[in-house]
Write a protein that binds this ligand. Structure first.
Ligand SMILES: [Fe+2]
Length: 171
């Protein structure tokens, strides 16, 4: 997966690590199938890129690639269905059908709901040629979008606190 991210040049691997580490924290709060959650988090951006057009519908496009990938491992039907739903639902375009998918969506949200994640996004935007104001606005936009995706009680308090920190950081 790391290789694919390198090939796509996005998202930064450090962001994936933030989401994975948040999911591991959430395992203490929610009894979920850890393999489903981690598999979905690692496969959710198989199709991605630096340009916005490459990011469009990456949830559905990545799920399609993930389906082909999972075929090779003869995983059972329900595991595959849960992983694919979690990937397709991580931007809330469709409903999550399991607690695992909900954990994936919330963990993903912390990519831009941590100061570390937002700083990575800001630096990435500068590297892609954004001006400082544009990069700041983009980072704040991503943070606000992700904040809307936080649904789990175990995440809400931290997300709120982090949102304040991020707004203060960019002032
Ligand atoms: Fe995504």
């Amino acid at each position: 997966m790391k290789r694919q991210t390198k090939k796509n040049r996005a998202p930064a691997w450090a962001l994936t690590k933030i989401a994975v580490s948040k999911a591991k924290e959430l395992f203490k709060c929610y009894a979920v199938d850890k393999k489903v959650v981690l598999t979905a988090l690692y496969l959710a951006h198989l199709q991605f890129g630096e340009q916005l057009r490459q990011q469009k519908n990456h949830d559905f496009k990545s799920a399609k690639l993930a389906a082909n990938f999972l075929e090779k491992f003869l995983v059972d039907k329900s595991f595959k269905a849960k992983v694919l739903n979690a990937i397709k639902a991580h931007h809330n375009k469709i409903k999550t059908r399991s607690l695992e998918a909900e954990v994936v969506k919330n963990a993903e949200a912390f990519k831009f709901l941590t100061l570390a994640g937002v700083k990575i996004m800001y630096q990435e935007a500068l590297r892609r040629g954004y001006g400082t104001k544009e990069a700041k606005d983009y980072a704040l936009l991503k943070m606000r979008q992700k904040y809307q995706l936080v649904t789990l009680p175990c995440c809400k308090k931290e997300a709120f606190k982090n949102r304040q920190l991020i707004i203060k950081f960019f002032k």
